[in-house]
Design a protein around this ligand. Structure first.
Ligand code: GTP
Ligand code: SPV
Ligand code: MN
Length: 581
């Protein structure tokens, strides 16, 4: 493969720092993937699963301290701290390079450095972008094969000699004390050391496709978002495309391949985690999925909750940190109602239920998107799909109703900026703590989030017919601690309401201070077993609760100072006024 001189020179520099004994350029071929799997089976990095029931499926067990994204060790290293903004960890570029440089120095001595040229986005799309990453981990190379398009196809999409995001990765010693995930937006550069976990180590994903891409997108006039992309087909055969932002482990993969409980309605999957969206020449917002595969949460994936995912991971899948049955099958909490006997837990020990779940709560599957039974036939269309609706969803036990619709684009941007969510096992730290998470981008926005809100507002002005914006919450609970809304396949009932709102007919809603809210009778509940009072509670807007939440939002906004767009501050004040009556 021939690459540009700039790329070759950069790889030489990475090698000079890490001192590998061998440099291998990856071509993305099946032979290369197979050889990596063989090598990992030999050295124990992978364990073969039951090849009869799970053909070409493997299990990887991480270091027990390396099982999720570590946000406290993730930094935006822009020249100025203001550019990173108050919601990002920031480190000065020189200091960052000095610190991480010490961990990288000689870290590949006696080992192989793999060079992975990868393409984010479909071949032939002007929205696709190139990265070149180096790594010492075969697990990372194999995962990048699944999650991105590796090899010559990447190089072919470089628009100039230096048109690539460069990423250096090394496992280091896996100690969190010597782990850093660093982003240098001005240099189009990522340095990641000390972790082999997905979001920390597969640099095409969160580091490139969100943190650096969001910063590029702002300069180039597009959007890089933590969003699934879905086509909703109605009984007339019309497909309406939606993109939905939800925080980590909060329902994107599930919604992207939802099997509808409503007859005649079905979902087509375009992407499950990241959307890159451009306004085309006619003023239409269009989205591509920059990824090639899914790195999905295993726990609670079952034939009941997510039949498509359950089917898609029956072959050609790498599982990470799931449990294993005595017959070599993967298992995680929720897969079957009862755990099978004789499980090995995610660390390979005989499972003792007293010492926690058998599968790690953030255990995952890595699989090609094309294996998804509901994959949209046009999911790799270089033009992307036309987006008619955007959804912001989060995980909130209280306050936030099941669904409501923004009054217009700028109100929708306000609703996105106002999101908060309960933390999950996808990040290291406490689970279930409410934190602010505008647009589900708090861990992923590569620049000052106030400027990001401005960019969203400005983008709306360029769209001929801005998509309607919705807010959802599948996770509201009743006083009994149970979810009020059944979720999963029944979420199609909510999507149906949205699609009908988008096409301007048939369904109604009532105006409230936070937007257009369906009355219980406005949702299609045919065949649904839900108590009237549960549905009413799921849709309830409580003025006192909201005024409290808006106070909290106001103090969050204060952190941005004068950079916060005036429209956002005004919308907050208007909403408070409406609630006060
Ligand atoms: P990342 O890959 O971390 O970005 O996560 P994600 O947003 O794709 O989340 P995912 O769809 O994997 O769901 C995470 C967890 O939420 C799983 O345990 C799901 O079972 C659960 N979940 C998803 N949808 C629903 C729902 O509608 N209701 C309820 N109660 N739980 C859900
Ligand atoms: C997330 O945490 O949002 C994920 C998994 O999608 S990771 O690739 O680790 O970011
Ligand atoms: Mn994610």
């Amino acid at each position: 493969m021939s690459v540009t001189d700039v790329a070759e020179k950069w790889v030489e520099e990475a090698a000079a720092m890490t001192q590998p004994s061998r440099v291998v350029w990856c071509d993305g071929s099946k032979a290369e993937y197979d050889a990596l799997i063989e090598s990992m089976l030999r050295d124990g990095t992978l364990i073969g699963l039951n090849q009869r029931t799970y053909p070409n499926c493997y299990l990887h067990r991480s270091h027990p301290q390396d099982v999720a994204r570590t946000e406290q060790l993730t930094f935006i290293c822009s020249r100025s701290q203001d550019e990173a903004g108050p919601t990002n960890n920031w480190m000065a570029p020189a200091e960052a390079k000095q610190k991480a440089g010490a961990y990288f120095k000689g870290s590949l001595k006696g080992r192989t450095m793999y060079v992975i040229p990868y393409l984010m986005g479909p071949a032939g799309s002007s929205m696709s972008r190139v990265g070149i990453m180096v790594t010492d981990s075969e697990y990372v190379v194999a995962s990048m094969h699944v999650m991105t398009r590796v090899g010559a196809v990447a190089v072919q999409h470089m628009r100039s000699d230096d048109d690539f995001i460069a990423g250096v990765h090394s496992m280091g010693d896996l100690s969190p004390d010597r782990r850093l995930i660093l982003h240098f937006p001005e240099e189009k550069l990522i340095w990641s050391v000390g972790s082999g976990y997905g979001g920390n180590a597969l640099l095409g994903k969160k580091c490139h496709a969100l943190r650096l891409a969001s910063s590029q997108a702002r300069q180039e006039g597009w959007l890089a978002e933590h969003m699934l992309i879905i086509g909703v087909e109605d009984p007339e055969g019309r497909i309406t495309y939606l993109a939905a932002a939800m925080p980590s482990a909060s329902g994107k993969t599930n919604l992207s391949m939802v099997v509808s409980s409503l007859p005649g309605w079905r979902a087509w999957t375009v992407g499950d985690d990241i959307a890159w969206m451009h306004v085309d020449a006619s003023g239409q917002l269009r989205a591509i999925n920059p990824e090639r595969g899914f790195f999905g949460v295993a726990p609670n994936t079952s034939p009941k909750t997510n039949p498509n995912a359950t089917e898609m991971v029956r072959s050609n899948t790498i599982f990470t940190n799931v449990a294993m049955t005595p017959t070599g099958e993967p298992w995680w909490e929720g897969l079957t109602p009862e755990p099978p006997a004789g499980l090995l837990d995610w660390q390979g020990r005989p499972w003792n239920p007293a010492s926690g779940p058998a599968a790690h709560p953030n255990s995952r599957f890595t699989v090609l998107a094309e294996q998804c039974p509901s994959i949209a036939p046009n999911w790799e269309d270089p033009q992307g799909v036309p987006i008619s609706g955007l959804i912001f969803g989060s995980r909130r036990t209280k306050v936030i109703p099941l669904v409501f619709e923004a009054f217009d684009w700028s109100h929708g941007v306000f609703l996105g900026s106002a999101m908060s969510t309960e933390t999950t096992a996808a990040i290291t730290g406490q689970v279930g703590v409410v934190r602010r998470d505008p647009m589900a981008m708090i861990p992923f926005c590569g620049y000052n989030m106030a400027d990001y809100f401005s960019h969203w507002l400005a983008t709306g002005n360029r769209i001929a017919k801005p998509p309607k914006i919705f807010r959802v919450n599948w996770f509201r609970k009743g006083d009994d601690g149970k979810f009020l809304w059944p979720g999963f396949g029944d979420n199609m009932r909510v999507l149906k309401w949205m699609v009908e709102r988008i096409h301007g007919a048939r369904t109604s809603a009532q105006e409230t201070p936070i937007g257009w809210l369906p009355r219980p009778g406005d949702l299609d509940t045919r065949g649904l077993t839900i108590k009237d009072e549960s549905l009413r509670e799921a849709l309830r807007v409580d003025a006192t609760e909201w005024l409290g939440a808006l106070d909290d939002l106001e103090s969050f906004y204060k952190g941005f100072g004068r950079r916060l767009p005036a429209t956002i501050a005004k919308t907050l004040a208007d909403t408070q006024r409406k609630f006060r009556g």
